[in-house]
Design a protein around this ligand. Sequence first.
Ligand SMILES: [Zn+2]
Length: 318
Amino acid sequence: MQKEYTVGIDLGGTNTACAIVDRSGKIVDSDSFPTASASIEQWADRLAGSVVKMAEACGISDQIIGIGVGAPCANATTGCIEAATDLPWPSPIPLAGLLESRFALPVTVTNDANAAAIGERTYGAAKDVDNFIVLTLGTGVGSGVVCDGHLLSGTRGFAGELGHVTFPFASGRLCGCGRYGCLQTVASGKGIVNTAVEMLRSSDRDSILRKVNPSALDPKIIEQAAMKGDPLACRVYEFTGECLGRAAAEFAAFTDPELIILYGGVAKAGELLLSPMRRAFDNAALHLYAGRVRFITSTLPEAEAALLGAASLPYCNK
Ligand SMILES: [Zn+2]
């Protein structure tokens, strides 16, 4: 019997990653290239060229059964990207149609955080878990919510934008969406930098971060300082973890999750975030949930949850 393969595509604001994946979740070949291009058509041509080349090199051109894409603000119902602020082209983008015309294969589209959730459910830490939430902590904060074994989608495919739920602990911060107090303003990479800048300004506590020009501060530098035990950098992560835990305590009331997975660049801080998050969750959550939710970081290799999730989308439609 011939083997079946799918193509997974992770369209990000900076980079596009694509991979040919077999049924077991093994990446057979992969490629990535800068997303920036003069038009979405040029981007689609560049992508098609890359996928065709990989498929020919692997000798499996006639065994690909479908294509899955994870992209920001992607509407799973229409296959379009709607109002994505970090992509270089005007919205809406008819992504599924553009790719179907180039590949003559079924194309399934979902937003990048949902793709990460599907990746965790199909190949990662949520394999046997019916109720969980993936929070993607990167440039922004996204989320994929799986409840009773189903990915929550909603009327327009935008259910579970938990990064844009507002909280009093972030009330003074303006979000990119134009509102104040979104979780994203504290739990994204930019949010962590802003917290560090605020703490550096409001105290005279000694810190190795004071040697860094504030405009050059990034989450990696703050994380490294915290790993070395710098008290101010540690406090930044404690605050961020506390905010995530208090937010998760509210989210738990909606879907009663068993597991919450942190994914993305900021999540690499691991226990620096997870310890205060667990503590804050157990203090803040209703007694029905307190002490009953596991918090972990993604166990899939770096950046693969979204790619593998996208690659498994064609199977979800079968
Ligand atoms: Zn927002």
